[in-house]
Design a protein around this ligand. Structure first.
Ligand SMILES: [Cu+2]
Length: 164
């Protein structure tokens, strides 16, 4: 049996890797959903941002930096249970494993917004810029929301483990 030469060429072309497509998809391997910033009473110096980061790529990624125009400084934090007391601690990065997702949520990882430059009213939208270890950045809008009333999460004002 003989294949038509044109079919052979077509088959070869279909199996060729497409390098430009590969590098484009690495830009979009990370998606961010459900981003919000905790509404805080006026005069509160700090707040926090939460979201779910999904990594559809084949390599582990790390969130390494965050910034926002509403805060003088943004840090990556986690919560640790220190002998029954939940304390916040700064971390160097937040990992998002390949094919998995990492949730930033009250009581866990969060983007700490320090020294707020403006009041955060419910319904406001806050711009966050997130930088990842592959050099990519994402700019997202996070809605300002009231904290869930069901849980007794520590507020930024009781941020005992941190020095300013
Ligand atoms: Cu914090």
């Amino acid at each position: 049996m003989r294949l038509h030469p044109a079919l052979i060429i077509l088959a070869a072309a279909l199996t060729l890797p497409l390098p430009t497509l590969g590098s484009e998809t690495s830009e979009t391997d990370l998606t961010i959903a459900g981003a919000y910033v905790r509404m805080v009473p006026p005069g509160t110096p700090n707040s926090a941002a939460f979201m779910t980061i999904s990594n559809r790529g084949s390599s582990d990624r790390k969130l390494i930096q965050a910034e926002s125009p509403v805060a003088r400084k943004a840090e990556l934090h986690t919560h640790l249970n220190d002998q029954g007391v939940m304390r916040m601690r700064q971390v160097a990065d937040i990992e998002i494993k390949a094919g998995a997702q990492t949730e930033l949520k009250p009581g866990g990882y969060h983007v700490m917004l320090l020294d707020l430059q403006q009041a955060l009213k419910e319904g406001d939208s806050v711009v966050l810029t997130l930088r990842f270890d592959d050099g990519s950045t994402k700019e997202i809008d996070a809605a300002v929301k009231k904290p869930p009333t069901v849980m007794n999460a520590p507020t930024p004002a009781t941020h005992g483990a941190m020095k300013y």
